[in-house]
Design a protein around this ligand. Structure first.
Ligand code: IVH
Length: 675
């Protein structure tokens, strides 16, 4: 029997199908009232996909099938806007909110006395969406207000954001050019789900939904953004030109009619008391909301009055962000466990009866050290207040002493290491209790993991799990042992095949070409972080010189205090450590020389290279930066000017995205140095 061949649909039929899909999208993402099942929706979308695949003439950029496109070749480019995205002045308490209103009344007279719009202050990422003739053409982050990053391909993947605006039957039509402003956010449940997955696969946890949303928006690959459950609420426009809308309240209604999600909790408030009541009610609702908010934004409703009030340099006089205090919850301490880190430090952690704090379930809180527990007097069985200050790692504020029944035993740090049983030590005047056993299995693993980590010697593909297997199989005991591994050693390990084993061996081989600061940092000397390692490398120029340095010489170096000098000297005088350095050098580790600067083109700029670079080696790139007076660092901080991301860039890229550091690709870097 001949296969059934579907007939070519007419343009009108395709358009009808598209409208239907868009409407379901709107009902689901904007109104939160789906009218069809997911399966029905998927079937419609699949049909459209099939039609567009078969008859490409029907394909359009604003079709609901076209959410994921190719990554921008140039990384993120800069968008400069004519109407800057302003920030808001904060009020932390009712008096400050009232003071704002008094200033407003002084500026605009009785028109400022009432008629406000109060909106939840979304704790997400501000973006601007530009629609031309109703089609989404550009999306950018706030940046410094005037210059933002073009994140269009990523924003297109957010289903709550229409690719085409709706033309409502009644009310104002969208203007020819419309720049919508709003907040991209990640719902709490999705955030928790993602973090649970991270934890199960032994990956790093995300700090909070806001950072995760920001990181997701700044993915180089929109395919990755598409997997992140981002949502959006619109709350304003760049300019009201071409519209007849004259107030914030009417604007919110119009945005909703045009197909954009608007927070349904927003409320028109006639008097200041209404606004205060709104704030207090929302604060009560806050723990139950499915997303994070950090306050209320109160805006003057009438655009004419807004204009009269005007703006100061960075924030309008006609709006204020009245913040909520940090979120606290009460729960019980089920246990206090002690964890041992790479340097042997013992950290007490409170295991809590799971409690929702600000929408996130909290079941552990760090108690830092023995002094902290002593000071707070937290005991197992206590009721305690825990607080989240935006981040996931919560803290125990204090126990509720009135609820302590009878006498609970005081917490005592164990006398023996919970891992290896060695008697622990706590040097006089120090807060940290340590396991002094250098061979403590957890310390051994910790040192090896530190050695291979990205900021250190950077062996790709060697993570916690593999290191753990290597130690268990007695294949590796010190970092020098990595360089003796063969493919045959690795193949018998879990989840290893010939190819993956070869990849690991290749990565180990590549790691032999490193830099002196990375090598020093990789040794894992207590208190020698990446910055100190750079200072030491600069001063000594070779590992041999560092190994022979006296405590005096060390402490005379700017940036190396007495404590660090002593730590280094203690480390370098241990025979096993001296042997480790010799073995590593014998294994073939070499250091790229730090070149002298010959120009100042990149003076004051710090670069971090990450991922697999294909056009140059990391050492070459770092040398180019240094030649031009710039700095190359191995870890990303807020002082980083650029992160140059190669293929498969991982945690550093994420960190850059979290901190809002500019990310460029290799080509952009080459253009920068060839200018
Ligand atoms: S209005 C001039 N409305 O808060 C008006 N902002 O601290 C500027 N935000 O950058 C913004 N929810 O990212 C406005 N309902 C809301 C908001 C809101 C969250 C953020 C926005 C802005 C920041 C200012």
């Amino acid at each position: 029997m001949p296969a059934h061949k579907p007939a070519k649909p007419s343009r009108a039929e395709v358009e009808k199908l598209r409208r239907e899909i868009e409407e379901h999208n709107y009902n689901y993402h904007v109104l939160d009232r789906p009218t069809v099942s997911d399966a029905e929706y998927d079937a419609l979308l699949r049909r459209l996909e099939e039609i567009e695949a078969k008859w490409p003439e029907f394909r359009t950029r604003d079709s609901p099938t076209q959410r994921i496109g190719a990554p921008p070749a140039e990384g993120f480019s800069v968008v400069t806007r004519a109407v800057p995205m302003l920030s808001l002045e904060n009020a932390m308490a009712e008096e400050e909110f009232r003071a704002w209103r008094e200033r407003l009344v002084r500026a605009v007279g009785s028109a400022g006395e009432g008629d406000y719009v109060a909106e939840p202050k979304m704790d997400g990422v501000a973006v601007e969406l530009v629609y031309e003739d109703g089609t989404l053409v550009q999306a950018s982050t706030r940046g410094d207000g005037v210059n933002g990053e073009d994140v269009t391909p990523n924003v297109r993947t957010i289903r709550a954001i229409p690719l085409r605006l709706m033309h409502p039957a009644k009310g104002a039509k969208p203007p020819k050019t419309l720049s919508v402003r709003g907040e991209v956010y990640m719902p709490l449940a999705d955030f928790e789900r993602i973090n649970k997955k991270q934890m199960e696969s032994g990956e790093k946890l995300y700090a909070n939904p806001r950072n995760t949303a920001a990181g997701s928006l700044k993915q180089i690959d929109p395919g990755v953004t598409a997997t992140r459950p981002l949502k959006f609420f619109a709350y304003g426009i760049g300019s009201a030109e071409g519209t007849t809308i004259r107030s914030q309240w009417d604007l919110l209604q119009a945005l909703r009619r045009w197909g954009l999600p608007v927070n349904p909790l927003s409320k028109r408030c006639q008097t200041i008391d209404d606004a205060i009541a709104f704030h207090n009610e929302l604060e009560e609702k806050r723990p139950k909301l499915p997303y994070e908010i950090d306050g209320v934004v109160v805006k003057v409703n009438d655009f004419g009055v807004q204009e009269e009030a005007g703006t100061r340099s960075r924030s309008p006089r006609w709006a204020i962000a009245w913040k909520f205090p940090p979120q606290e919850a009460r729960t019980r301490v089920l246990d206090i466990e002690v964890q041992v880190g790479r340097t042997g430090a013992l950290t007490p952690v409170a295991r809590l009866e799971p409690v929702r704090v600000g929408g996130v379930t909290v079941s552990n809180a760090t108690l830092h050290n023995a002094d902290e527990i002593e000071k707070k007097d937290v005991r197992v069985g206590d009721w305690v207040f825990v607080r989240r200050a935006g981040d996931v790692i919560p803290e125990v504020v204090a126990p509720v002493k009135e609820l302590r029944k009878g006498s609970l035993p005081k917490f005592k740090m164990p006398e023996k290491c919970p891992v290896c049983g060695t008697r622990v030590v706590r040097p006089e005047g120090e807060a940290v209790t340590r396991c002094p056993n250098f061979a403590c299995p957890i310390q051994v693993r910790g040192r090896l993991i530190h050695f291979v980590s990205r900021g250190a010697i950077d062996i790709e593909g060697l993570g916690f799990k593999l290191v753990d297997q290597l130690v268990t199989a007695a294949l590796v005991e010190t970092p020098a042992d990595f360089y003796k591994l063969t493919v045959d050693d690795l193949i018998p390990l879990e989840r290893m095949a010939e190819k993956s084993a070869q990849n690991v061996i290749d990565a180990i081989e590549r790691s032999k070409h490193t830099t002196l600061p990375r090598f020093i940092y990789a040794l894992g000397i207590r208190n020698v972080g990446e910055t100190v390692a750079e200072v030491l490398a600069e001063h000594f120029g070779s590992i041999e010189a560092l190994m022979e340095a006296s405590e005096e010489e060390l402490s005379s170096i700017h940036g190396v205090g007495e404590v660090i000098a002593q730590e280094i000297r203690t480390w370098t005088s241990v025979a096993g450590n001296r042997k480790l350095v010799r073995d590593l050098v014998k294994a073939g580790i070499t250091f790229a020389r730090a070149p002298r600067a010959t120009s100042t083109e990149l003076a004051g700029k710090t670069f971090v290279f990450t991922g697999t670079l294909t056009k140059f080696t990391r050492e070459e790139a770092e040398a180019e930066v240094k030649k031009r007076g710039g700095k190359a660092a191995s870890s990303v901080s807020k002082n980083t000017s650029y992160v140059v991301a190669g293929e498969n860039a991982g945690t550093k890229l994420e960190k850059a995205q979290k901190l809002g550091v500019e990310v460029i690709d290799e080509d952009a870097f080459l253009r920068m140095i060839r200018r």
